[in-house]
Design a protein around this ligand. Sequence first.
Ligand SMILES: *Cc1c(COP(=O)(O)O)cnc(C)c1O
Length: 226
Amino acid sequence: MPLRLNDWKLLKNEIESRGATLVAVSKTHPSEDIISLFQEGQRHFGENKVQELLEKKESIDLDIQWHMIGHVQTNKVKYMIPWIHLIHSGDRLKVLKEIHKRSTREGVKTDVLLQIKIAKEDSKYGFDYHDLVSLLEDGKIQDLTSIRIKGVMGMATFTDNMDVVRAEFRKLKSYFDTIKDQFYKDSALFTEISMGMSGDYQVALEEGSTMVRVGSLIFGPRNVTT
Ligand SMILES: *Cc1c(COP(=O)(O)O)cnc(C)c1O
């Protein structure tokens, strides 16, 4: 594992001292790296592909809180229910309905974040904010009673320009505030803003992130592009 232990402790402390959660994004890295970090006290790990998540979960017999952070095909949802800790990528109604259906069948509630588009590129997954508000106004998401909506998730534009990134994170925070105020005012559950990665987690924390998803800074560069 490339990050020295002391550096990881500093990172974790920097994040937790602001009341946020560090999700260690282990995609493309071997299970041994996850186990080493778990032994140092890390509990939240994130993966962006269902297949890889399943392989790792099956190879590691530890009490890890697994986060799904990547786009999920509807037909893969069933493999994550009932044990997934949090699905960050609730990015369209179809996948939310499937999570609801499978959770109902298993008799569980599944925690999900609403992924909202904040970046310039069209390639990013996520709800268009205005479409999402319409769905909420129509009660379409609240109807899915086996899902607990815990907050929002977003990914900033991939750029070194931190002014652009900061403006996008600020936008996500304002979306969170508006949605909470209009639809989840009395919910003690709607509390999370998942934003910030290796290159921008500090900006994200300054703009109100409660959950940062950090991969390469902890585990080193990935040889595979994902
Ligand atoms: C890979 C990934 C991350 C972590 O990216 P790093 O730049 O390696 O920290 C965070 N969020 C999502 C959705 C990812 O796919």
